[in-house]
Structure formats: structure tokens, C-alpha cells
Design a protein. Structure first.
Length: 74
């Protein structure tokens, strides 16, 4: 049970970081989705901390936002 809670916290923090960086860069979810060919509803779920993403998707998001993966995970 503890593991699920920790994963949920990580997903939530990751989503918050993605949204914060995206807004700082004056980008919309649509901008990101077009750049990495992702459905906007999936992007919304990621930012809402409701999805666990793969390392591949994490890397694509980092490239689209022009940040390191480490920055997204802080």
C-alpha cells in the first residue's frame, strides 16, 4: 500500500512540474501534444497526476519542454 502512495505522489509532482514549466514557456497542452504526437486528454491526465508514464514519454516531454528529465522529476 505504501508503494502505491509513493507512486501517486511522484505522478502528482511530475504533473505539477510539467504544467509549471509548460506555462512558464507560454505553451499550451496542445502545443506539447502536437510536438510529441500525444492525445491532449492523456496530457491532461499526466498533468493531473493520474497517469504513470514510461521513461520514453518522460524523455519526449523533456525534449518538448527543453528541459532535462531531472528538472521534470524535481
Amino acid at each position: 500500500m505504501l508503494c502505491i502512495s509513493v507512486m501517486a505522489q511522484i505522478s502528482k509532482k511530475l504533473g505539477q512540474n510539467i504544467k509549471r514549466i509548460r506555462l512558464c514557456r507560454k505553451m499550451t497542452q496542445g502545443d506539447i501534444c502536437r510536438a510529441i504526437e500525444m492525445d491532449r486528454s492523456y496530457m491532461s491526465a499526466i498533468e493531473g497526476g493520474k497517469k504513470n508514464i514510461t521513461l520514453g514519454v518522460l524523455e519526449k516531454l523533456a525534449v518538448a519542454l527543453d528541459v532535462s528529465v531531472d528538472e521534470l522529476l524535481k
